[in-house]
Design a protein around this ligand. Structure first.
Ligand code: GAL
Length: 389
């Protein structure tokens, strides 16, 4: 008996060591710090999104350049790959800008933001959508562009850009939207209310709806959704893409009219859809928001600011703006909040804020961690967690 007891003790000790060691060797995420790729260069994939394909993660993002002009698309969309989410290999530009003066919609000097890539099981193509602003037109074009590739890393071939849903009313449009025009002028004291009520939905009905900050979400049944800030960034539009993911169906809805949501990120847990967004203050950070629904196309309910921490953390989302929520493969209910700490005066120096998404009382919750590993994503019981309130 004594012998068995001793062996069990030894075994437990060995196991403890193995666990301790594997924790030690787990790579650390250090939000906000310079994050070097395998060439030793700071990762250049801002406003990014992620695709997991055949055992590797692919991180797509805006390639930024040094100096004030560096937010323009001067190179294209970066792609990095990794097995462990921490060590990243630069796979080169996946979508390259066209030559200056070529007249192409994605010519050098246009604006290409928040690229997201999804894989189409049926066509076996990789489909990239992104926010596109045409060269020399500031942010007035408000279009969404699409490119396609046979290989995950590219090269992606640019297909077209659109103002979605020209001539189509959203599913949740009212009779009044369709029949009672709302006129709004620039200095209208009721500008916000009128826009929330659908003034720009009506204005853009014929030419197609505006599409700026965007993301994509593919549901378990293969349906792909395009989620974008529309109506002068006042209202989110969620639209279903066609089966090949290369264009829009006529099905779309307005979500949080007048809510001023930007930087949408969507994920699914236990059959519910969750959304994390930012408010509307350009490159400057602001308080994040979160929402939940049982259905992508209706019933979104606000869950408030997901950040828990100091006043400053709450009001600036750790000085960052959401871009994507990544479901970690092989770990149940493990999600990473990905955000950008923009540096508008020197965009290439922008930093990445990656933090675990915890769930408390059915709400997604974000807390600052100086450094953390994937094992920190495991749900912890209340009272046991170093992160619990
Ligand atoms: C932010 C947006 C960024 C970028 C920026 C330009 O609100 O989230 O993606 O468009 O404005 O000022």
């Amino acid at each position: 008996m004594k012998q068995i007891f001793a062996s069990v003790l030894i075994l437990m000790g060995m196991l403890g060591q193995v666990v301790a060691q594997s924790n030690k060797t787990q790579p650390m995420f250090k939000p906000g710090e310079i994050w070097r790729d395998t060439n030793g260069e700071h990762i250049n994939a801002h406003g990014g999104g992620m695709l997991f394909h055949k055992g590797r993660y692919y991180w797509f993002g805006e390639h930024k350049v040094a100096g004030r002009e560096g937010n323009k698309a001067l190179v294209g969309v970066s792609c990095y790959s990794s097995k462990d989410l921490n060590t990243w290999k630069n796979e080169g530009p996946s979508l390259s800008v066209d030559a200056e003066g070529s007249g192409s919609e994605i010519e050098k000097g246009s604006v290409i933001e928040r690229p997201k890539v999804i894989y189409n099981e049926k066509t076996r193509k990789f489909v990239m959508w992104f926010h596109l602003e045409l060269k020399g037109q500031g942010y007035s074009a408000a279009r969404t562009g699409v490119a396609v590739a046979d290989k995950v890393t590219g090269p992606y071939t640019y297909l077209k850009s659109v103002r979605p849903h020209a001539g189509v009313w959203p599913e949740n449009a009212t009779e009044a939207h369709k029949t009672e025009p709302i006129t709004v002028t620039d200095n209208d004291p009721d500008w916000e209310q009128k826009v929330a009520a659908g003034a720009f939905l009506q204005r853009d009905f014929k030419q197609g709806q505006m599409s700026r900050d965007m993301t994509l979400f593919v549901d378990d049944d293969g349906t792909a959704y395009h989620i974008a800030s529309s109506e002068e960034n006042r209202t989110l539009h969620i639209g279903k893409l066609k089966d090949d993911y290369l264009s829009f169906t006529d099905e779309y809805v307005r979500v949080f009219p007048g809510g001023r949501n930007e930087a949408p990120a969507i994920f699914k847990k236990d059959g519910k859809y969750y959304m994390i967004t930012s408010g509307l203050t350009g490159w400057a950070p602001n308080p994040a928001r979160s929402a939940v629904s049982d259905n992508m196309m209706r019933g979104w309910k606000s869950l408030g600011n997901p950040v828990r921490g100091t006043e400053e953390e709450l009001s600036t989302t750790f000085l960052s703006q959401s871009t994507y929520v990544l479901p970690v493969q092989g770990q149940k209910d493990a999600f990473i909040f990905m955000a950008d700490r923009w540096r508008p005066n020197n965009p290439i120096d922008g930093r990445y804020i990656w933090l675990p998404v915890f769930f408390e009382d059915g709400k997604p919750v974000l807390r600052w961690l100086e450094e953390w590993t994937l094992s920190d994503l495991k749900p912890k019981r209340r009272g046991e967690s170093r992160y619990a309130e």
